[in-house]
Structures are given as C-alpha cells and as structure tokens.
Design a protein around this ligand. Structure first.
Ligand code: SAM
Length: 240
C-alpha cells in the first residue's frame, strides 16, 4: 500500500510510522510513505501557504494553490487512482470498519490541515472524504494521519506475524471488545492467571474468552452489543 502525506510537517508522520509493526511493514515493502510539503510548491520569497480568512476573525487559512500542487504531485508520482482523505474534526468518525475499508485501497493521500483549516474550495474539489479521530481539536492533522497510517498498515497482508491477531482484536468480527489477556508468570503478587487458560482445552478456552469479551463489552461499551449476534447461551451470560 502507498500512502502520500500532504503536510507542512510530513516528516512528523513518517517518524511516527518508523517504529514497531508499521516500521517493519515499510522494511518489508508492504507499505510506502511519501511526504509532500505544500511549502515546496508555494510561490514568492516567503513561500506562503496561508492567509487571513475572508470575513475577519482569528487565525489563518491554508491557501488552495500550494495544497493543490502538492496533491497533483502526489497523484503524478504514481498513476494508480488514490482516495484523498482530509483529516478534520468535522469528518466522519474513524472506526475499525472505516480502517478496514481504507486498508483495502492500494493507495491513499492524506491531507493534513493546520491553523484554522483549509480553504473550503480545495476540500470541495479535491477531497473524497473527511475523517475525524475524535471530538476534540488538534493543532494539525499530522497526528490524525499517523493514526490512520498505523491502523491501516497493520491490516496489510503479511504485516502482522500472526494474521489471526487482528481478527481477534476489539471491533473486529461481530464488533465486541477483546477479552482480557495474561502471560507468565502464572502466580504473581498481583493475581493468578484464570485456570481455564492453563487447561489446554481449546473449546473451553474459546468459550471463556467469548464470555469475557461479552461481559467486558456490556460493562464498557454496551452500545456495541446490539450488532453482535448472540446465541441463547450468550444472552443468558449477559442476563446474569
Ligand atoms: N477550525 C477547525 C474546526 O474547528 O473544525 C479546526 C482546525 S485545527 C486547529 C487544524 C487542523 O488539525 C485541521 O485542519 C485538521 O486537519 C486537524 N485536526 C484537528 N482536530 C482533528 C481531529 N479531531 N481529527 C482529525 N483531524 C483533526
């Protein structure tokens, strides 16, 4: 998968993607990240990328032309069609289903705003979708872009050593939260590992995990339960 970052600080996103699973994905050639700085496409001695908002008010607005030239350069660098995503607090909320859909694209272009945001005409002309990483306001889109890159990269074939681990994560499958996990030692001053996990009985372990995932989802995110197809036994677990 190819990801192009349009940003005044493209190195920031690249740095965030340099570690762990996502870093390894790049080393293995499963993900490539390319940064494009609109300032490199700006004109004049000051290479201006922003200006005051029409109508007055605080802050600055990112100019159309340097951003458009950066997007054009990214598109030209690879002829495969790219979906342009603007990271914005006003966008659709990012979730695992959206991450899966984006991960299925061969390339995406992530547009990061700064200041008060981007001239609306550029968004209308160039952007396919707007995505928000939560109901709060960041100073720039780079952290949000890094979140998208991380989440889509780990879903690329061959990135995770065990492909099953992504399938068992929270929000996958029927959308429940993941079950709790334990590792060595069995006995610790903080507690003991549940016995069933040591039993070697795979059916019982799977049942226990499913039950824990359901109970945990009921406790922390009851809104997710509605979409999960529950068996009669599972429904009883939740009544208890
Ligand atoms: N004036 C804008 C508003 O209230 O909708 C906020 C602009 S914000 C200070 C600057 C940039 O940060 C935005 O253009 C966007 O790219 C990014 N940003 C801020 N919060 C975000 C969020 N929750 N999700 C994704 N991107 C965000």
């Amino acid at each position: 998968m190819r990801v192009d970052i349009i940003s005044l600080f493209p190195e920031f996103v690249a740095q965030c993607a340099a570690f762990g699973v996502v870093g390894r994905a790049q080393e293995r050639g499963l993900l490539s990240i390319h940064g494009w700085n609109p300032r490199d496409f700006a004109e004049g001695n000051y290479r201006r990328v922003d200006d005051r908002p029409f109508g007055g008010g605080p802050g600055m607005v990112m100019l159309i032309d340097p951003l458009r030239a950066a997007i054009d350069a990214a598109r030209t660098a690879d002829p495969a069609p790219a979906r342009v995503v603007y990271l914005s607090p006003q966008g659709r909320a990012l979730n695992q289903a959206r991450v899966r859909a984006l991960a299925g694209q061969s390339r995406i272009i992530l547009l990061c705003g700064r200041y008060e945001g981007v001239d609306e005409r550029l968004l209308a002309a160039e952007v396919d979708e707007e995505l928000s990483i939560g109901d709060y306001v960041l100073s720039g889109g780079e952290l949000a872009a890094a979140v998208v890159v991380d989440a889509v990269a780990r879903l690329q074939d061959g990135v995770l050593n065990d492909a099953d681990s992504a399938v068992q994560d929270s929000f996958e499958g029927d959308g429940l939260l993941d079950c709790p996990h334990y590792t060595r030692p069995v006995e610790h001053s903080l507690g003991t590992v549940p016995e069933v996990l040591l039993s070697g009985n795979h059916a019982e372990i799977a049942r226990w995990r499913r039950r824990q995932a359901l109970l945990r989802t009921r406790e922390r995110r009851p809104d997710l339960l509605a979409a999960a197809g529950l068996s009669a036994e599972e429904a009883r677990w939740l009544e208890a």
